[in-house]
Design a protein around this ligand. Structure first.
Ligand code: MLT
Length: 403
C-alpha cells in the first residue's frame, strides 16, 4: 500500500484563500441578493497593458509560422531576450544582476514553493510571522523545523533578527505580504549580516517591489552590498503587470551563492536549482515570455505604472478611511495592502464574518498568515475604484456603529 507523506496531514485542511472562497460561496447561497465586494485575495482587476498584449499576439503569430515557430527553449532558464530585459530592469534601480543569474518561471509561487527541494530537511527555517502561507506550508510538507521572528505592532510589523537564535534558511518579504510594511536599507543590511554570521541563505520575496515609492526602501535585496553571497530573490509580474492569469516571474540566484556539501566540496546553488528545474520544469510559453519582455520596455513600464498608480490611489482611499476612523494600520504606502487592527479587539475570523454578514465586504483575516496576525485584517487595493469607495463607505458605517 502506498504511504502518504504524512507531513501533509500537519497542514490546515485548505489553503487560506480556498477557505475564504468557500465561505463566500456559502454566504452567496444564503444571500443571493447580496452585493459582495471582494478585497480578499490580492488579485489584480485592471486589463493588461496594450503594449504587452500586442507583444503576446506577435509571439502567438510567430508560433503559427514555420520559420519562427518555437519548441522547447534550449536552456530551460528562459529566453535570453527576457533575461536581458529583467537584468536591465534590475540595473535601473541599482541592483547588479546578470542575465545568466536569472531564471524565468510561471510566477513566484511555484519557485517559492519548490526551492525547498534543493535544501536538506535538517535545516532550521526562519519565517517572519505573519507571512505569506507558502513559506510555512512548503517547509511543513517536508517536515522541516520552522522558527519564527515576530512581526508585530511594536516593531511596525518588520521583524529583525535575534542574534541568540540560529537559522539556516530565512524568508523575508518586502514590501510585506500581508502587512504592507517595508524593510529599509539599514534593516536589510542587518539581515544580511545575520545571514552571513549564521552561514544562512535569505530567500527574498520582492513580488510587490513595483509599489515602492520611498527612495530609502530598496527594490531588491541585491541593492544591498554582500547580498550576492547569501541571497536568492523571487519576483513576479503578477502584481507589477497584472500577470496573475498569464503566469510569469523570475528567480535570481547569484553565481557567488555557494553551499558546502557534506564531503567538503563547494556547490553552486544556481547549478543545483538549474538541475532541479531541468528535471521538473519545461519553462514558460514563448508568447508569455514575449509579453513579459514588453513590460520592461520604456512604453511597457509607462503603461504598467499607470495601472499601479490606479491601485496606489485605491490604497490611499482605504488608508484615509482608516485614519479618519482612528483605526491603526500599516501599509497602503509602498504596498497594495492595508493591514489594520480589528475594531473592539475582535478576532480576525470573527471580524471577517461580521464584515461579510453586515456589509458584504470580503477581506483576509490576519490569523490566516500566522499567530501574530490574530486580531488584524488585510484589505487589498487591487479592486475597482468605485467598488473600493463603496466598500469604504460601508466600512465607515460599520465601524462607526461599533463605537
Ligand atoms: C495574496 O493574496 O496573498 C496573494 O494573492 C498571494 C499570491 O500572489 O499568491
Amino acid at each position: 500500500m502506498p504511504q502518504l507523506n504524512e507531513n501533509f496531514l500537519r497542514l490546515e485542511k485548505n489553503y487560506l484563500f480556498i477557505n475564504i472562497a468557500k465561505k463566500i460561496a456559502a454566504f452567496k447561497e444564503a444571500h443571493p441578493e447580496a452585493d459582495i465586494i471582494r478585497m480578499g485575495i490580492g488579485d489584480v482587476t485592471l486589463p493588461i497593458a496594450p503594449v504587452v498584449i500586442e507583444a503576446m499576439k506577435k509571439g502567438c503569430d510567430e508560433m503559427g509560422v514555420k520559420e519562427t515557430f518555437k519548441g522547447y527553449e534550449d536552456s530551460g532558464a528562459g529566453y535570453d531576450f527576457l533575461r536581458e530585459a529583467v537584468s536591465g530592469y534590475y540595473k535601473s534601480f541599482g541592483a547588479d544582476v546578470a542575465p545568466d543569474e536569472i531564471r524565468i518561471n510561471d510566477g513566484a509561487k511555484s519557485d517559492c514553493g519548490n526551492i525547498v527541494d534543493i535544501f536538506g530537511d535538517d535545516n532550521t527555517i526562519l519565517v517572519t510571522d505573519p507571512a505569506y502561507p507558502v513559506y510555512v506550508d512548503s517547509n511543513l510538507m517536508s517536515g522541516r523545523k520552522i522558527i519564527y521572528a515576530d512581526s508585530n505592532e511594536e516593531n511596525g510589523f518588520a521583524a529583525m533578527p535575534d542574534e541568540s537564535v540560529h537559522a539556516d534558511i530565512i524568508y523575508l518579504c518586502s514590501p510585506n505580504n500581508p502587512t504592507g510594511s517595508v524593510y529599509t536599507r539599514t534593516q536589510l543590511k542587518e539581515w544580511i549580516a545575520y545571514a552571513k554570521k549564521n552561514n544562512a541563505i535569505i530567500i527574498y520575496d520582492s513580488a510587490y517591489e513595483a509599489f515602492i515609492t520611498d527612495p530609502d526602501v530598496p527594490r531588491s535585496i541585491f541593492c544591498i552590498e554582500g547580498a550576492k553571497e547569501c541571497c536568492i530573490e523571487m519576483c513576479s509580474l503578477s502584481k507589477t503587470a497584472g500577470f496573475t492569469g498569464m503566469r510569469c516571474g523570475y528567480t535570481v540566484i547569484p553565481e557567488a551563492l555557494k553551499v558546502i556539501a557534506s564531503d567538503g566540496t563547494e556547490v553552486s546553488v544556481a547549478q543545483i536549482w538549474g538541475r532541479r528545474q531541468g528535471s521538473k520544469f519545461n519553462g514558460v510559453s514563448y508568447p508569455v515570455q514575449c509579453a513579459a519582455a514588453a513590460v520592461f520596455t520604456p512604453e511597457g513600464l509607462k503603461q504598467v505604472h499607470e495601472n499601479i498608480a490606479y491601485y496606489q490611489e485605491n490604497a490611499r482611499i482605504i488608508s484615509d478611511t482608516m485614519t479618519k476612523l482612528g483605526v491603526k494600520f500599516t501599509g497602503g504606502v509602498n504596498s497594495p495592502y492595508i493591514w489594520f487592527k480589528c475594531p473592539n479587539d475582535m478576532k480576525s475570523w470573527d471580524f471577517f464574518d461580521l464584515m461579510l454578514e453586515k456589509i458584504a465586504v470580503v477581506g483576509t483575516p490576519g490569523a490566516g498568515f500566522g499567530k501574530n496576525g490574530e486580531g488584524w485584517f488585510r484589505l487589498t487595493s487591487f479592486g475597482d475604484r468605485q467598488r473600493t469607495i463603496e466598500a469604504m463607505e460601508r466600512f465607515e458605517k460599520l465601524v462607526s456603529d461599533m463605537k
